[in-house]
Write a protein that binds this ligand. Structure first.
Ligand code: AMP
Ligand code: MG
Length: 484
């Protein structure tokens, strides 16, 4: 059934099938009626070594109607804690078509999301709606623009078939690109439903694929835990620094590689409020903005638990090692976050009192209901902002300027650091919604413009100004839906 040709550039491998067969199920494609390309990421296609024109003009492969040469289509097995409850999951609506070896030698998973039912679908239809797939496309590409590790989006294809949620919606398939789809939940699956030998095979695979530098360490599985912890601390601190709220930080939505994955009810915060929750299903606020670092730690503890048999042959000793390691996470996270916050304020070196300076600034922001992104930008360009009315602000500004004068770097260097650390724009919810409304109705202009400005959020140029506007009061509080 292959259609691969030199022109389309597929160079697929399937290292995942070297894992024990309990980790995946080879599946048949589920063809759709009238596949139509809605949006296509030419730049990403080129980076992957794929023939952009051929793929863009022929939706056969990216709809799952045809399988490229070298593909072994499969659905991955995994488990996960969903809002705290442990359950078996697996790719219920995704198909891994393979690992593309790029011209620069990288190995990238190419996955179709919304590609139809699999043995893991349970009661789901295996499909996805056009709006949410376009939304994942926008937010993941925006995250990439912001310099935050993330899965990427290669294309969205409309299936030409309706799907049924609360109402009838147009179906679509997203092509997602990831350094891998290994999740904390993949390890939980291994620990709960396979043998120790299979768990070890998975851990060795993850090390080979993402952390080959630790391969020969004395206790490489402990090193794996430490490295994943480090990457997640970095990742979550980056989310926090730009005001990103993932919305469903279930353990199946946390990668081993440290990429952001599974954009469901995620959104960016406009007004600074640490308790922000956008997701309509997160009634307890488990995944509220300020809970994210802690949830990261909770998820990592689940990862550590699943590694126990590999950490030490005596269980008691293994638990001790795991606990000791995990107890280092809060400090690891905190260091990363303060480092990023210092940069946002133009601070190069480190002083203990920086923490107070930073917390004071955020407290004023919260009190004045200031726009998170715009306040930092205004500070960068020494413009008026919402905090100016706060009676404490003048004194804070004095301390901040004094702090800046205690470092060697020039004013110009400080300004440059702040420009590079404070994005002029984020994907504002009202802008994203407007672009999606038009796109679902066939007009991609607004979405393409939005993607264009979001691809370079640190440009600080004139064309970004309109996109930096916070929503007007007419927009009301924003709510996201899993709406999958
Ligand atoms: P998510 O909320 O996207 O992380 O998905 C959680 C789990 O539900 C994963 O195992 C998905 O594959 C599965 N899932 C979500 N939507 C569907 C659907 N429409 N059909 C089948 N499985 C689904
Ligand atoms: Mg998921």
């Amino acid at each position: 059934m292959g259609t691969g040709s030199a022109k389309t550039g597929w160079n697929l491998d399937s290292s995942y099938t070297s894992l024990p067969s309990s980790f995946y199920t080879v599946i048949e494609p589920n063809p759709v009626n009238h596949p139509k390309m809605v949006i296509f990421n030419k730049q990403l296609a080129a980076n992957l070594g794929l023939g952009a024109d051929e793929l863009q003009n022929d939706a056969a492969i990216l709809s799952g109607n045809e399988i490229p040469d070298g593909s072994i289509p499969l659905a991955q097995a995994y488990a996960g804690h969903q809002f705290g409850n442990f359950t078996m999951l697996g790719d219920g609506r995704a198909m891994l078509i393979g690992e593309q070896i790029t011209p620069s030698g990288e190995r990238m998973d190419i996955q179709l999301k919304g590609s139809g039912p699999t043995p893991f679908s349970r009661r789901g239809d295996g499909r996805a709606a056009l709006g949410p797939m376009l939304r994942e496309y926008i937010i993941s590409e925006a995250m990439h623009g912001l310099g935050i590790p993330t899965t990427r989006s290669l294309a969205v294809v409309a299936t030409g078939e309706p799907i049924y949620r609360d109402t009838e919606l147009p179906g679509a398939i997203l092509t997602r690109v990831a350094v891998s789809h290994l999740r904390v939940g993949t390890f939980q699956y291994a620990a709960n439903w396979t043998s120790e030998e299979e768990l070890r095979a998975l851990a060795d695979y993850a090390i080979d694929r993402h952390y080959s530098e630790i391969k020969n360490n004395d206790n490489r599985y402990l090193s794996l835990l430490q490295e994943v912890m480090k990457r997640q601390a970095e990742l979550i601190s980056k989310w926090m620094l730009v005001g990103f709220i993932h919305g469903v930080m279930n353990t199946d939505n946390m990668t081993i590689s440290g990429e952001t994955i599974d954009y469901g009810p995620c959104a960016f915060m406009d007004t600074y409020d640490p308790e922000t929750v956008f997701s309509s299903i997160d009634v307890q606020g488990r995944y509220a903005f300020l809970n994210q670092p802690g949830i990261g730690g909770w998820n990592l503890a689940r990862f550590a638990e699943s590694l126990l048999p590999l950490l030490h042959k005596e269980q008691e000793e293994a638990v001790k090692i795991a606990q000791e390691t995990i107890s280092g996470y809060p400090e690891l996270y905190k260091r990363q976050w303060y480092k990023g916050m210092r940069a946002k304020l133009g601070i190069f070196n480190e002083e203990k009192e920086d923490e107070t300076l930073i917390q004071h600034f955020l407290a004023m922001m919260q009190k004045e209901k200031a726009d998170y992104t715009n306040t930092f930008v205004a500070l960068t360009f020494d413009k008026e902002h919402a905090l100016s009315v706060n009676p404490d602000y003048a004194r804070w500004k004095g301390s901040w300027q004094e702090r800046l004068s205690r470092q060697e770097e020039s004013e110009a260097a400080v300004h440059q650091l702040m420009r590079n650390s404070n994005p002029a724009i984020i994907p504002r919810n009202h802008r994203v919604e407007a672009a999606l409304d038009a796109a679902v109705n066939g007009d991609l202009t607004a979405m393409e413009e939005l993607l264009d400005v979001l691809s370079n959020p640190y440009e600080h140029s004139e064309k970004q100004t309109a996109y930096a506007e916070p929503p007007g009061p007419e927009c009301g509080p924003y709510e996201t839906y899993c709406g999958t």
